[in-house]
Design a protein around this ligand. Structure first.
Ligand code: BGC
Length: 866
């Protein structure tokens, strides 16, 4: 950046009339000065300082070694996802860049502070390393952990050193005895047959002159470990954990040295980390300190998979929880309550006795007698053990397992000890995404619901979006992700997270267009033809686009969406889908079967129309006008067929049992004409009344019921449902003590105890999809699909019923902080709104006065209550 900085100094002396410069410069999907970046043709984003209404022009300069690029002044208000226009970047390249802009009056901001990024290894060709693992077999009865090491010497002053690393399995590396990076479960879970993510670490200051030692632990993880509930399912991708590592050192004198994983390493499967399994837990035997190091098996064939820099943040420890209370339900079994259902592991600091094994059990709930309730883990053993080499105090935590729990039980401690709260710490682990959204209100249970939603997201964003974090599943179930995606995008900055998972979805899409039930697909025997699950392929890209403005997610996934819609078309008869089955309206309360009472064909036709419409909208955004027209026509004809078959002229369902979900989907997806929607809504309200003001919706109906009601003018009914205290409702689990979202409303109740253990997760985010409505309508902060990424957005709060005095949402949008809050004050409502620079908002007032369109700024309004 030398030249650029000199340039700034020159300009600064020439004029002093600059405003404040741009801030928060990011590359790609919101990365701040990343190392090991993944894109050869990146995009740039920046935020404008407060006080600026609008950008009228920008100029970007980027310098990458000999290559430099100056966009020149571009008249545009675009300040997010602006494409780099220089020569394509290459592996390892370091890029410095900066931006300046002109505001609405043409004032020049001057240059921003420089930002920078460095690329990782972009293709397999960059790798000289070989896949290595300890030679020989490991014990097939345990998930053995590979322990690998190599020493090497450096002699000169080091200018730069990078470790590029990946694994078939999960790795942790250390250099000279200290861990490199703070990542867990790296390299993460992709569709391993097609793509492996690689990580980059800067170890310049960690190398010393003389002898250095690199060590790696590689666990079986998702690659070679036990996965799914199906008996004996192990080694789905490969037999052994393996490591691929390349340390590149550049010396001050310009010379270089490379240390790679190859036949010069040594290894063993017989280290103290005896076994580690994602589902079953980890066993550590501290007595095994001097393993028998042997030569490794090395393979120079890198395999067919793409090797690409990991495109989103790995799992990290983001918070620790402390013990709230201790109980002793059985002699010698100490139960520590962390007060919050969480995902990660327990770090223990306990007294131990030589040769004795401390056993660490976990549970989300307790039985009535205070012992751990673990039936809902199904076959997941979820137990860690530590065997002591000496008597004394040890501090330990596992490496390649995680648990879903609130309670930790320790047993096997020396006799007579008195348990202490600091013996156990809850280590919270999840993909390290930034929290960008906050919802708050005057209502304690609504706030608890928001907290449960957030914890549900944290616990189930463990490198991929999972259904649950505790039992023998923890899989990327598409339906759960599909319904929760809009809420997830409010809570956390997860553009890159979703895009990576969608890349695995593209990799694993069946040739005929269906989408597997879980991504990455580890259930290959299942056909993957479930409406509402498969449609993750259309609904998630669309939601990511609408909420971030990142158009590449539509371009990348357009072909996948087309193939899915083509599959629906291949199944259709007269626009309907009579042959498609699937999971239906999964777990509908009081239904005769798990798949609910709404006919499969109705759900299939509804999602066919919905996905075809999203495909048409995506084609329009991508300027593919012919396809836009063709798919819009297709969607319209499916809607027509749906309406003709399922609705009579009075807006009542026919050829189908009357279910809440059938009406909800018809209204929410605009499957029936506007006047019929009103009539259908009246029928929906009647059904809700018949159910005593309760939900009769499962996984597909529940996420949409509130918006279907409020869209048709029944927000009072929507609020009644939201504030319902008895089963089934959002508050019911809270009344039973929930600190996360549950799989079923009555997974546990104080009067009836636990539900059916075979489907009884206490950390299942699907019903947390209500978060979207809380942000968009209760607080009133809603995106505008026509102007994505909050370039324009809506403020349209519904002023809630008597029990709600205020609500507020804040969101760090790609342009800066936006917020919408309201509070009742002596018969009036005070609204306050923040509109970030370079955006506009339309304020729709609760008293239905004419909406106002406002520019960036802070606003206060007074509204009379009806
Ligand atoms: C998962 C669900 C998933 C479902 C499909 C379950 O075992 O936990 O959340 O969507 O299967 O029906």
């Amino acid at each position: 950046m030398k030249n650029l900085i000199i340039g700034t100094a020159l300009i600064l002396t020439a004029t002093t009339t600059f405003g404040e410069p741009a801030r928060s410069l990011t590359v790609g999907e919101g990365f701040v000065n990343p190392l090991g970046f993944h894109e050869a043709s990146p995009v740039f984003s920046w935020k404008l300082p407060d006080g600026v209404k609008k950008q009228s022009a920008y100029r970007i300069e980027a310098e990458a070694g000999e290559k430099s690029w100056d966009s020149g002044w571009i008249k545009s208000d675009q300040s997010t996802f602006v494409p780099y226009g220089g020569e394509p970047l290459t592996s390892r390249q370091q890029v410095d860049w900066r931006v300046r802009f002109r505001d609405e009056a043409g004032n020049d901001s001057g240059w921003s502070a420089p930002a920078h990024f460095e690329l990782g290894l972009l293709s397999a060709k960059d790798w000289k390393a070989q896949w290595i693992r300890p030679a020989g077999d490991s014990d097939p009865n345990r998930e053995a952990v590979a322990w690998l090491r190599r020493s090497f010497s450096t002699e000169k002053k080091i200018a730069r050193a990078r470790i590029y690393v990946t694994a078939r399995g999960l790795f942790e590396i250390s250099l000279n005895g200290t861990q490199v990076g703070s990542d867990h479960f790296a390299n993460g879970w992709t569709s391993y047959d097609k793509r492996l993510d690689t990580l980059t670490y800067d170890v310049t200051s960690r190398l010393r002159t003389g002898v250095n030692t690199l060590q790696a632990l590689v666990g079986t993880g998702w690659y070679a470990g036990r996965l799914t509930w199906e008996k004996g399912k192990k080694e789905l991708y490969g037999e052994y954990p393996e490591l691929l590592l390349q340390l590149e050192i550049t010396y001050g004198d310009g010379s270089s040295q490379t240390v790679v994983s190859d036949g010069q390493w040594e290894g063993t499967f017989d280290g103290p980390l005896v076994s580690s399994s994602l589902y079953d837990g980890e066993s550590y035997d501290a007595r095994k300190t001097a393993p028998d190091w042997k030569p490794v098996a090395a393979d120079a064939d890198l395999g067919p998979q793409q090797l690409e820099p990991k495109p989103f943040p790995p799992v990290r420890n983001t918070e620790t929880l402390h013990v709230q209370s201790i109980s002793v339900p059985q002699p010698g079994h100490f139960v520590f309550d962390l007060g919050q259902n969480m995902v990660g592991w327990a770090r223990i600091k306990v007294p131990v006795e030589k040769d004795q094994t401390v056993t660490i059990h976990f549970a989300e709930m307790l039985n009535a007698d205070g012992t751990l309730y673990t039936a809902n883990y199904r076959t997941a053993i979820s137990t860690d053990t530590y065997t002591a080499a000496n008597t004394g105090t040890i501090e330990w935590q596992p490496h390649f397992t995680f648990h879903g729990f609130r309670y930790v039980e320790l047993s096997g401690l020396p006799p007579g000890v008195t348990p202490q709260k600091d013996w156990v710490t809850g280590v919270v682990l999840h993909s390290d995404l930034a929290q960008i959204g906050r919802f708050d209100s005057s209502h304690a249970k609504l706030n608890q619901l928001q907290s449960n939603i957030i914890w549900g997201q944290r616990g189930n964003f463990v490198d991929i979006p999972t259904d649950c974090p505790q039992r023998d599943e923890r899989l990327g179930w598409t339906g759960d992700a599909e319904v929760f995606c809009p809420t997830a995008l409010f809570n956390y900055d997860c553009d890159a997270f979703w895009k990576s998972w969608l890349a695995s979805m593209r990799d694993d899409q069946y040739p005929d267009g269906r989408i597997p039930h879980v991504i990455p697909n580890v259930l290959p025997k299942w056909k993957g033809d479930s409406p509402g699950w498969m449609d993750a392929a259309t609904i998630i890209p669309w939601n990511v686009y609408v909420r971030t403005g990142d158009i590449s997610v539509l371009a990348d996934n357009f072909a996948m969406m087309e193939k899915l819609v083509a599959w629906y078309r291949s199944q259709a008869v007269g626009g309907l889908t009579p042959k498609i089955k699937g999971f239906g309206d999964w777990l509908q309360p009081y239904a005769k079967k798990l798949t609910g009472d709404t006919p499969f064909a109705l759900i299939g036709t509804a999602y066919y129309a919905h996905s075809a419409q999203i495909l048409a909208d995506s084609a329009r955004v991508l300027n593919r006008q012919d396809e836009a027209k063709r798919y819009a026509d297709e969607a319209a004809s499916v809607r027509q067929a749906f309406f003709n078959y399922y609705f009579d002229p009075s807006g009542r369902l026919q050829n189908s049992p009357e279910t809440q979900t059938a009406y909800v989907l018809a209204i929410a997806f605009d499957l029936i004409p506007k006047d019929a929607q009103q009539k259908a809504a009246a029928n929906l309200v009647r059904l809700i009344g018949d159910a005593g003001g309760h939900l009769r919706t499962g996984f597909l109906g529940t996420p949409w019921i509130e918006s279907a009601l409020d869209k048709t003018g029944h927000d009072d009914v929507a609020f009644d449902l939201l504030f319902q205290e008895t089963y089934p409702s959002w508050f019911y689990p809270i009344n039973q003590g929930a600190t996360t979202m549950w799989e079923r409303w009555n997974s546990y109740s104080r009067d009836k105890g636990f539900g059916d253990a075979s489907m009884n997760s206490f950390n299942h985010y699907a019903y947390g999809a209500i978060g979207q409505w809380m942000y968009e309508r209760v607080a009133g902060l809603a995106p505008d699909p026509a102007s994505p990424g909050y370039k324009h957005f809506f403020v349209r709060p519904l002023i809630g019923p008597q029990q709600l005095d205020s609500a507020r949402a804040e969101l760090e949008t790609p342009y800066g902080l936006a917020s919408s809050g309201w509070i009742k004050q002596q018969g009036k409502v005070a609204m306050d709104v923040v509109v970030p620079p370079n955006t506009t908002a339309t304020i729709e007032f609760p008293d239905h006065r004419i909406p106002e369109i406002v520019e960036a700024g802070t606003y206060h309004f007074q509204v009379n209550l009806k």
